[in-house]
Every structure is written in structure tokens, then in C-alpha cells.
Design a protein around this ligand. Structure first.
Ligand SMILES: C[S@@+](CC[C@H](N)C(=O)[O-])C[C@H]1O[C@@H](n2cnc3c(N)ncnc32)[C@H](O)[C@@H]1O
Length: 356
């Protein structure tokens, strides 16, 4: 009879060392795999999180340390530059009033047509992301067979460029998409985005407001109005009614601008409705002042472009830190409206709107 004898497993010192090495290598592989997975998660989160609304961002940031880290850096970058890299200079938010670090909206440096309410799939593609990406051409809507200039130097006073009409506040024409000259042309002043330092500061009564971040000289170009969504008058009226209802409940501010241009005949009026409430640029933060404020609005036409653009110029020298304001319009009838806190000596007490 043969007895099976069990011997304690003899492990030579060499084997032990090999085992330990294998264990260490497995552990290392596991760490590498975990890091790779975390890297993938980080990469996906870095792409997706900037598209989230602040409340969604806050809730996701509480679910994991990595996401919390990414969310914090997104909040920091949103607060440090409202334009999210679309403008030449960052436009930071400052809030001495409450804990909201920034105002959330979608930045567009270009005009955006209102999506078709019946078939939204026909809407134009939009730059919803947070990173600076190349947006659609600011002159997407141009007249295809328009004739532009072919001058060599449009900003040369004697050149007689047909698009030049540079005359301080009278500036209404610029070279455009049908001209031969490029973006460096001197007669494309308002097409290069914001070139003065600006900041957005919160006020307890008026909400966020745009301020000068440096001295701005009289006549200097400040920014274009929002570009936002261009609406039909019917849609503008529908939205304004809804915004007025929401504003009366507090905590909501709209940015729907209606520009009316009377044609020389005096018989007709061209109306442009720009809504920057959800999609817009930095001009959506400009508050109203009953005394006309320190900005003038100028309609700028670029040769060959379908729509004129509403641009803001300093109407006088503006000091660093001063709030930038303009008049939202005349108040013809005293009716129920939002209270005005412009603080000017000519304050009417209510904000102008279509019904005032
Ligand atoms: C174009 S937005 C300006 C930015 C806005 N303050 C914000 O926080 O987003 C227009 C809204 O700002 C507020 N606003 C602008 N001027 C104001 C003023 N003089 N007094 C009180 N509220 C003002 C009103 O709520 C108005 O509907």
C-alpha cells in the first residue's frame, strides 16, 4: 500500500522572489488599467461636461472626485471668460452680491437664425460647446451676386472705396463678404470682435451689467449687439409676452432687442428683432439708462451682407469700472412694467418695453 505523503510545499528563495515580482507586475498592470479607464472617463467628461447647465454640472460634480475636479475647472473657466475664448480678450464675471459665479448662456459671436418652430431639425448647426471652436461665418447670410469693392487699400482716405463711409458716429458702411479685401482691411472695424477690456459685474437690483475694464475713448467701438437669434416680428412679440410674465416673477432677465430703421421715404420702417436671452454675446449684459447712457447704437451695413448689424460705440469718454449703458427706448405710456434702477436724474421709474 502506498501512502500518499503530503509534503509542505517547498518554495525556494528564487521562486518567492519570482512570485513577488509577478504580483507586483499584476498590481502595476491593474493600476495602469485603472488609470487608463480613469483617463477615458476624464476625457469623455472633459468633452461632455462643458455642455451641461450649471445645475446639472453641480449635481454631477457631487457623484465622483474626478468629475468634481473637472466641474470645478469648468466653473472657473466659465467665470473667467463669458465669451469662452470667442473674443480677443477674456471678459470675466465678478459677483459681489450672491454666490452665483457666472450667468449661463450660449455664446455666439455671429448672427443665428431662429430655429424653425415647426421643424427644429431644419435649424442651423450651432456652437453649443464651451471651447473656442470656429463658428459659422459671421456673414453666413449674404447676397450671393452683390458687388463689393476691389480696392487695394480701402482705409486710405483718397482711395474712394465705395464701401467707405467712415465719419465718426455716421459710420454705417463697411466692406463685407462681396469685397476683395480681407479681415485686416481698415474698413472692417466692427468685424473683429471685442477689442476693449470689459467685465461683467452683478448689481443687487439690476442683475449683471457690463463695465469698462479700461478707459474707453469717445467714438471707440465697444461691441456688436448680441447677434443672438434673429426673429420674425410675430415670434418676437410672442417671446416678449412670455419674458414679461417670467420677469414679473423675479429672477429672470430677457435680452430681446427690437431695432427699427425708418427708410428715407419715411413711409416704411425696417424692423430687426434680436433675441440674446439664450444665445448671444457680451452685449446681452448692457443695462438700460433713462438718460441715454454712454453708448450709441449704430446700424452697420457690410457690403453684400443680408442683414445690417447693431453696433455699440462709446458716446463719450468712459472711465475704467464705469457701467456701460444705453437707452432701451422711449417711454410713451406709463404702464405696468419692470422697475428701473438706472439711478440717472432723468429716470422714468420703469423700463421701456414695447407696451410703454
Ligand atoms: C439685456 S438684459 C441686461 C442684463 C441683465 N441685467 C442680466 O442680469 O442678465 C435686460 C434686463 O436687465 C434688467 N435691467 C436692465 N436695465 C435695468 C435698469 N435700469 N433697472 C433695472 N433692471 C434693469 C432687466 O431685468 C432687463 O429685463
Amino acid at each position: 500500500m502506498v501512502h500518499a505523503q503530503t509534503f509542505p510545499k517547498m518554495v525556494s528563495p528564487n521562486h518567492r522572489a519570482i512570485n513577488q515580482m509577478e504580483k507586483r507586475s499584476r498590481k502595476k498592470d491593474q493600476v495602469v488599467e485603472e488609470e487608463r479607464q480613469e483617463g477615458d472617463l476624464f476625457e469623455c467628461a472633459r468633452i461632455l461636461l462643458p455642455y451641461l447647465h450649471p445645475t446639472e454640472l453641480a449635481s454631477i460634480s457631487s457623484s465622483c472626485k474626478t468629475l468634481n475636479h473637472i466641474s470645478k475647472s469648468i466653473t472657473a473657466s466659465r467665470s473667467s471668460d463669458a465669451s469662452r475664448g470667442f473674443e480677443n480678450l477674456p471678459i470675466p464675471f465678478f459677483n459681489p452680491v450672491d454666490h452665483h459665479p457666472y450667468s449661463y448662456f450660449i455664446y455666439t459671436p455671429t448672427q443665428t437664425l431662429c430655429p424653425d418652430p415647426i421643424d427644429p431639425s431644419r435649424s442651423l448647426p450651432r456652437s453649443w460647446g464651451s471651447n473656442p471652436i470656429i463658428g459659422p461665418d459671421p456673414f453666413s447670410y449674404w447676397v450671393s451676386d452683390a458687388c463689393g469693392c476691389a480696392c487695394e487699400r480701402c482705409d486710405d482716405g483718397d482711395s474712394g472705396c465705395p464701401c467707405s463711409d467712415l465719419n465718426s458716429f455716421e459710420l454705417t458702411r463697411e466692406c463685407g463678404p462681396s469685397c476683395r479685401c480681407g479681415v485686416e482691411c481698415g474698413n472692417r472695424l466692427t468685424q473683429r470682435g471685442v477689442c476693449v477690456r470689459l467685465k461683467i459685474v452683478k448689481d443687487g437690483r439690476k442683475g449683471w451689467g457690463l463695465r469698462a475694464g479700461e478707459i474707453i475713448g469717445s467714438g471707440q467701438f465697444v461691441c456688436e449687439y448680441a447677434v443672438g437669434e434673429l426673429l420674425t416680428t410675430k415670434e418676437a412679440r410672442r417671446r416678449q409676452q412670455r419674458y414679461d410674465e417670467l420677469s414679473l416673477g423675479g429672477q429672470f432677465s430677457s435680452a430681446l432687442l427690437v431695432v427699427k430703421e425708418h427708410l428715407p421715404s419715411g413711409k416704411a420702417c425696417m424692423r430687426i428683432n434680436i433675441d440674446a436671452t439664450v444665445i448671444g454675446n457680451v452685449a446681452r449684459f448692457i443695462n438700460h439708462s433713462c438718460d441715454g447712457g454712454n453708448l450709441s447704437t449704430v446700424l452697420v451695413r457690410s457690403t453684400g451682407a443680408l442683414f445690417p448689424r447693431v453696433c455699440f460705440f462709446a458716446s463719450r469718454d468712459i472711465q475704467e469700472g464705469e457701467e456701460l449703458t444705453f437707452s432701451y427706448g422711449e417711454i410713451r405710456v406709463r404702464s405696468k412694467g419692470l422697475q428701473c434702477f438706472c439711478g440717472s436724474s432723468s429716470c422714468f421709474g420703469i423700463l421701456p418695453s414695447e407696451s410703454t
